[in-house]
Design a protein around this ligand. Structure first.
Ligand code: BG6
Length: 465
């Protein structure tokens, strides 16, 4: 069967500023919370490799863009680092950064690759984090100014903007499950942080609309479809709905419908954990929904009714309402510890079609992190990552099916273009279409999957029985 995708489908990949750029003498970048955390606790990072060491894109973007062309990209997403553009979070704009992002964006356009630009990818400027980061309302104002600055500087050429990448992750990582700085466990702050992120997004959208530019603006959310252990067990179903409210609808609903989910509000009200909201905020959120939705999909969430004891010591937690369920026989990516469930991508697209007005969307991340890929290098020095080709193909088939059934999904970006720095996992798991050899000055080599992706993009699809 031939899987053909709609005309002008977006083929490409995604990355972020903090995971790729690196820091260099004279670049005048300010510290983000990652730079600070690495300075404080380098042992938290795999092999003690920090963000300063990312894939040197700051210097090598021209070479990288040439490789994007060779791997069939017609579009590519990255993020501006707030701490590079405005080193203190507020105030002076770094002209070195302006020059860099201008050249990077122009080079993409000149090579026929449309830049999709995201404004926030987990990287709070440290000067703002010291004052509470997203927990502090002042950060919302600072972010609005930062967003406007980006639109003014680059909005004449960039036509696809995103306010956040996976806004739930700084909430989970920083304030619930301790995998991001400041590693707190504090539901009150978690809720306030989430609320401020959602408000900041709406304010940036409002600012963008006021400027009457030609492009579109949206948000990128990671959707983890929540499946109950047993669909016929009402307790399991309820638990899965609560997990869905916390981790999916918390951002999806305000972004697309302009309202927070009623069940989540009720739950937070019951435990006296509603955020502080100012007059007029909810109208801003209501009026400034997204034009376009980016969806990152890696894994489903399997849920069962709460069986384990609630941990009183931590205070309220989302997990007070459900347990994660290890489904027997599930297919796993053992390196990352994430389940692979291809049909999840179809289920979420159909959900967007049916419950979210078929909002225009695209798959903004999907991919497979694998450790020790050197094992698969062939005699020509190319990594034969057939498992990645399989992974992408199996997901694309379900994207194709969703399109047949009317989903308005406009593209597929894989995570990521070239192997990059994965936060505390640093360079443990590799995700790219292109390998980066850290022992050889970051030398780039296209993997088998990158060559395959070029054919898919050229053909606008693939053949498969
Ligand atoms: C997404 C993020 O969560 O998944 C990326 O947007 C991230 O920043 C990617 O790198 C893969 O996850 P990880 O944790 O293995 O890097």
């Amino acid at each position: 069967m031939k899987y053909t995708f709609p005309k002008d489908f977006w083929w490409g990949s995604a990355a972020s500023g903090p995971q790729t750029e690196g820091t260099f003498e004279g670049d005048k970048k300010g510290q983000s919370l990652w730079d600070h955390w690495y300075d404080q606790e380098p042992e938290r990072f795999f092999n003690q490799i920090g963000p300063d060491n990312a894939s040197y894109v700051y210097k090598r973007y021209k070479e990288d863009i040439a490789l994007m062309k060779e791997t069939g990209h017609n579009s590519f997403r990255t993020s501006i680092q707030w701490s590079r553009l405005i080193p203190n979070g507020v105030g002076e704009v770094n002209q070195e950064a302006v020059a860099f992002y201008n050249e990077y964006i122009n080079e993409l356009i000149e090579n026929g690759i449309e830049p999709f630009i995201n404004l926030y990818h987990f990287d709070m400027p440290m000067a703002l984090q010291e004052k509470g980061g997203w927990n502090n309302r002042e950060t919302v104002d600072a972010y609005e100014i930062y967003a406007k600055t980006c639109f003014e500087l680059f909005g004449d050429r960039v036509n696809k903007w995103f306010t956040h990448n996976e806004p739930i992750v700084p909430v989970e990582g920083g304030y619930l499950y301790q995998f991001h700085y400041p590693e707190e466990v504090n539901m009150k702050k978690a809720v306030q942080v989430a609320y401020h992120e959602a408000l900041a997004s709406a304010k940036a959208i409002a600012a963008y609309k006021r400027m009457n530019l030609d492009g579109e603006i949206g948000i990128i959310v990671n959707l983890t479809p929540s499946y109950p252990r047993d669909e016929n067990n009402p307790e399991d179903v309820k638990a899965a709905e609560i997990a869905d409210a916390f981790f999916n609808r918390s951002f999806l609903d305000p972004a697309v419908k302009g309202e927070f989910p009623a069940d989540l509000i009720d739950l937070l009200k019951n435990i006296n954990h509603l955020p502080e909201v100012k007059d007029g905020d909810l109208a801003i959120i209501k009026e400034n929904t997204v034009d376009l939705l980016g969806v990152n999909y890696y894994q489903p969430r399997r849920i069962k009714a709460k069986e384990s004891k609630v941990k009183a010591a931590t205070g309220p937690m989302p997990d007070d309402y459900f347990d994660n369920f290890e489904m027997p026989g599930r297919k796993m990516n053992p390196y990352r510890g994430w389940e692979i469930y291809e049909k999840g991508i179809y289920d979420l697209l159909i959900n967007l079609k049916e419950d979210y007005g078929n909002i225009p969307c695209y798959i903004s991340e999907n991919g497979m992190g694998v450790e020790g890929e050197e094992r698969f290098i062939n005699k020509d020095g190319v990594i034969e990552d057939d498992y990645r080709i399989e992974f992408v193909k199996d997901h694309l088939k379900y994207v194709h099916q969703a399109i047949q059934e009317g989903s308005d999904v406009k593209g597929y970006h894989m995570w990521t273009c070239m192997d990059n720095w994965s936060w505390t996992n640093a360079y443990k798991n590799r995700y790219g279409f292109i390998s980066v050899d850290l022992d050889n000055e970051g030398a780039r080599t296209i993997k088998k999957s990158g060559h395959w992706f070029k054919e898919v993009s050229d053909e606008n699809g693939f053949d498969e029985e």
